[in-house]
Design a protein around this ligand. Structure first.
Ligand SMILES: Cc1cc2nc3c(=O)[nH]c(=O)nc-3n(C[C@H](O)[C@H](O)[C@H](O)COP(=O)(O)O)c2cc1C
Length: 368
């Protein structure tokens, strides 16, 4: 039997399947991105890159894990910055990747200071390499906000709108804006991105966090030279928050495609993102913990799910669960109705019959 078609079109771009490597270590150079495409990922968002004179100095250690009693990782924190490699290296590698994998979707993630000329320069230089799309990183929660980059932009809707419009002025390929979850209402920056001309949004980046404290030294983790800084939380623990934000954006802005990200380890996690309104699903920490090969399980699981549902395409299940979301007020009202119906049914049940059987027979007889 021919393998099931899992392709989906988003913003006119064909993804061979909806599974995309999220920006981070699993997309940190051409070698790993090519390995991802060989393994079967439909697309990859490369590790975020800036113009070469942007200073990026990483520290080590920069990760922390939260485990269940059985040792399974369910929460992950990082204080990693964007790519520390020069833009020129990336430009060369974007070309190589597109030469080798013309049918896989290569998305360049870019970040810069809030200066029009810098955003337009990086957009133009990167798009010459033939990348299929852009993702604007307005969402990195650590390091860059101190310099008014990353989440510092995504937390102010007006800046989100303005910077998106600068990129859209020169971009010839679709542009997604990556949302920070470190806001009260993610619908506001998503709407601002759309107003600035964004073709879609990606949600979510990591959640500001402290992964824990070392019981011996009492120093918060990950500890670098005795101290730490708030970092970005990811992995299965963040999935419920990601699903909520994907659904909120999709409900508020039904014409804006969402790329769902956060906590995907299994095929079912990814299907949940699709059901809540994502048209593609990105995975970062899952790949760091399970390897690029995990995509085989995602593809098989999605194919099986579509068969079981009798669905003809991935598109058909995008947002399929949203109709079951409502307000708490409506839950109360519909439960009151159900309770009233149950009470009425109980009142007329046969076990209400008493010893007065003749009288009760008469009461139920229409021509007495
Ligand atoms: C170590 C690490 C590095 C990351 N680097 C970037 C980055 O450079 N650019 C970006 O947009 N997101 C970055 N992210 C965020 C992820 O792409 C993703 O949005 C987030 O981790 C939630 O998804 P996950 O639970 O699948 O990891 C990084 C995440 C991790 C764990």
């Amino acid at each position: 039997m021919a393998p099931r078609d899992l392709s989906i079109h988003v913003n006119g771009v064909r993804f061979p399947n909806p599974f995309v490597i999220g920006s981070g270590p699993p997309s940190t150079n051409a070698r790993v991105i090519c390995r991802a495409f060989e393994a079967g990922w439909g697309g990859a968002v490369a590790k975020t890159v800036a113009l070469t004179d942007t200073e990026v100095i990483n520290v080590s250690p920069r990760y922390g894990k939260l485990r269940t009693a059985a040792g399974e990782v369910y929460g992950f924190e990082n204080i990693e910055l964007i790519s520390d490699r020069p833009l020129e290296d990336w430009l060369q590698e974007f070309r190589e990747i597109k030469d080798r994998f013309p049918d896989h979707v290569l998305i360049a993630s870019i970040m810069e200071e809030a200066k029009k000329e810098r955003w337009q320069e990086i957009t133009e230089r990167v798009q010459e390499t033939g990348v299929d799309m852009f993702e604007l990183n307005f969402s990195c929660p650590h390091g860059h906000p101190e310099r008014q980059m990353g989440a510092a932009m995504g937390q102010v809707p007006e800046i989100t709108r303005e910077v998106t419009s600068w990129v859209k002025e020169v971009a010839k390929v679709p542009v997604w804006v990556k949302m920070t979850p470190n806001v009260t209402d993610v619908r506001l920056p998503a709407a601002a991105a759309q107003a600035g001309g964004a073709d879609g949004v990606a949600a979510i980046n990591t959640i500001l966090s402290v992964i824990g404290v070392d019981p011996k030294t009492l120093r918060p983790l990950p500890t670098v030279e005795g101290k730490t800084t708030f970092g970005g939380y990811s992995a299965p623990a963040v999935k419920p928050i990601a699903l909520r934000m994907v659904a909120e954006i999709r409900q508020a802005l039904p014409d804006l495609p969402v790329s769902g990200i956060g906590g995907v380890m299994t095929a079912w996690d990814a299907i949940e993102h699709l059901l809540m309104g994502a048209s593609t699903v990105q995975v970062c920490t899952g790949v760091m913990l399970r390897g690029h090969q995990m995509v085989s399980e995602l593809n098989d699981g999605l194919a099986k799910f579509l068969d079981e549902q009798g669905s003809n395409s991935v598109e058909e299940i995008v947002g399929a669960s949203l109709k079951h979301l409502t307000t708490h007020h409506e839950l109360v009202e519909s439960q009151a109705k159900t309770r009233a119906l149950k009470a009425a049914a109980r009142a007329s049940r046969d076990n209400n019959w008493s010893a007065e059987i003749v009288k009760e027979t008469d009461a139920l007889t229409s021509n007495e």
